[in-house]
Ligand binder design. Structure first.
Ligand code: AMP
Ligand code: ZN
Length: 502
């Protein structure tokens, strides 16, 4: 529709807002680091994925064809004691690593659906791209930036830095000499590296490692950073438009990704690096490994000492929209209560607005003072989104626009004060922002539908129970089979009859 709007994005690489111009006109390639599936996603992860979902939605709204790649990390992400997180999760739960990955991938997808995020165009798994990662190690070695020690392969950071000055450390603002042992790779094999700043791109398996593959160097597994380099190259090309993730990934993950891509092909991977800021809980980063987190399910059920009541996915999504993705966002009960009110008000306002009588009069060229104010606010909402996806600004504009809807509805403002074509535009813009760009859903509608279904099911099961007491098996079976055909399973148990969608 409108790829001419000038989008400005804060590029972490330059530390500045820059005008966004895609490499191929009308197309955007965007890679976002996905979850490590060894545990349930926490709300902090959800904030990051919701933020990129809104960016994805806005780019689509502007008319770009977007290839959005978000990976699933199912191998190679080490804990501080050097153990693969997936394998550790599996060991703790006595499961196959792939069972762990599957379980939490499904859980992650459920959560993404609950938050109404659009699925990415491609969702590649690290374990499904081992040959590509091995090839990348070979490319890096061929260009002289990788060396083998006892079956593991390391990236030679110092050599890379000497030959490509200013690349390593640029994104995270780190000075090479200070980096040393900060990276999250295998501490036990530190001594075999030539330099502590080097990082593993292939690791030889140790006895007991269970997620292993054959490679030219050893039976082992890829370094964590490698998957994103290999998969972004495969699906988006050596150089693409946007790379995203939480800002906790800047170092070492993204820094090492850049080095690997450069090392393999001699060019920079992404033009724009976008980083979401952290969701905090009681002022501290929400983190799985630190144990300071709230799961979305705890939020939805209210089962957490941090909150006084349950909050729905859309209230949380609304809460996230109130802040720019680049600022920290602290979870507090008061703020969530306010977000709940704000979300309900926005949905109600939209209903009031959409219910205002439409006047079919065509645009007659006239503009009232209110028309101008409304059109200016609409432009401001767009300008907010153009300014590095500033949802907070856009939302504030919608709230102001909403006050016109209420004034018109309660006749504080005469209907003739706003031209019919402006009112139509306002209705469209409101719907577009709320549902298409912000990705909110009206939960009052959903609750209404669900309530109706529950009521109907209770009635049907009651009829079936009566038929059964009268030994009318024909009717009882007919109801059960009919429901099965409609995708609803009926289960008779000691506690009575229950139903579930298949
Ligand atoms: P992980 O599964 O830990 O690799 O994280 C998945 C994504 O969530 C990454 O982009 C992280 O940067 C992001 N993330 C992790 N913790 C938080 C947090 N507290 N707030 C926002 N994003 C986070
Ligand atoms: Zn990544």
């Amino acid at each position: 529709m409108n790829t001419e709007r000038s989008l400005k994005l804060y590029n972490s690489l330059s530390g500045k807002k820059e005008i966004f111009k895609p490499l191929h006109e009308g197309h955007v390639g965007m890679y976002v680091c996905g979850p490590t599936v060894y545990y349930d996603v926490h709300l902090g992860n959800c904030r990051t994925f919701v933020s990129f979902d809104i960016m994805y939605r806005y780019l689509l709204h502007l008319g770009y064809r977007v290839r959005y790649v978000r990976n699933i990390t199912d191998v190679g992400h080490l804990t501080d004691d050097g153990e693969d997180r997936m394998a550790k999760g599996a060991r703790v739960a006595q499961l196959e690593p792939m069972e762990v990955a599957q379980k939490y991938t499904v859980g992650f997808h459920d959560m993404m659906r609950a938050f109404n995020t659009l699925p990415p165009s491609i969702e590649p798994r690290a374990t499904g791209h081992i040959p590509e990662q091995i090839e990348m190690v070979q490319d890096i070695m061929a260009r002289g930036y990788g060396y083998e020690r006892n079956g593991s392969v390391y990236f030679n950071v110092r050599k890379f830095d000497q030959e490509n000055p200013g690349v390593y450390g640029h994104l995270s603002g780190r000075v090479l000499d200070e980096l040393l042992v900060e990276s999250r790779d295998n501490l036990k094999s530190q001594d075999e590296k030539d330099d502590p700043a080097d990082f593993a791109i292939w690791m030889k398996a140790r006895p007991g490692d269970i997620m292993v593959w054959k490679s030219p160097w050893s039976v082992g597994f890829p370094g964590w950073h490698l998957e994103c380099s290999a998969m972004s190259t495969k699906y988006l090309g050596q150089t693409f438009d946007i790379h995203g993730g939480g800002n906790d990934l800047k170092f070492p993950h993204h820094e090492n990704e850049i080095a690997q891509n450069h090392g393999a092909c001699g060019c920079a991977p992404a033009k724009f690096w976008l980083h979401t800021n952290m969701l905090l809980l009681e002022g501290k980063k929400m983190s799985k490994s630190e144990g300071n987190f709230i799961t979305p399910v705890q939020m939805f059920t209210g089962d957490s000492p941090f909150i006084s009541k349950a909050y729905t996915p859309m209230m949380l999504r609304f809460y996230m929209l109130q802040a720019h993705y680049g600022s920290q966002l602290d979870i507090t009960d008061e703020a969530l209560l306010a977000a709940e009110k704000g979300y309900r008000k926005l949905m109600e306002t939209n209903k009031v607005l959409q219910g205002l009588p439409a006047d079919a009069t065509a645009y007659d060229g006239s503009e009232s003072e209110h028309d101008r104010a409304i059109l200016a606010l609409i432009e401001d909402a767009y300008a907010g989104m153009d300014d590095d996806f500033n949802t907070a600004v856009a939302l504030a504009c919608l709230n102001e626009l909403g006050s016109y809807a209420h004034k018109l509805a309660n006749k504080q403002l005469d209907a003739s004060a706003v031209s019919p074509w402006v009112l139509e535009r306002l209705k469209t813009v409101f719907n577009t922002f709320i549902f298409d760009i912000f990705g909110l859903q009206d939960e009052s509608d959903a609750a209404g539908d669900e309530g109706t279904v529950d009521g109907l099911m209770a009635l049907i099961l009651d009829i079936r129970a009566n038929a059964r007491t009268q030994k009318d098996w024909g009717t009882s079976d007919k109801i059960r089979d009919g429901l099965a055909a409609a995708g609803i399973a009926v289960k008779d148990g000691k506690e009575g009859t229950s139903w579930a969608k298949n």
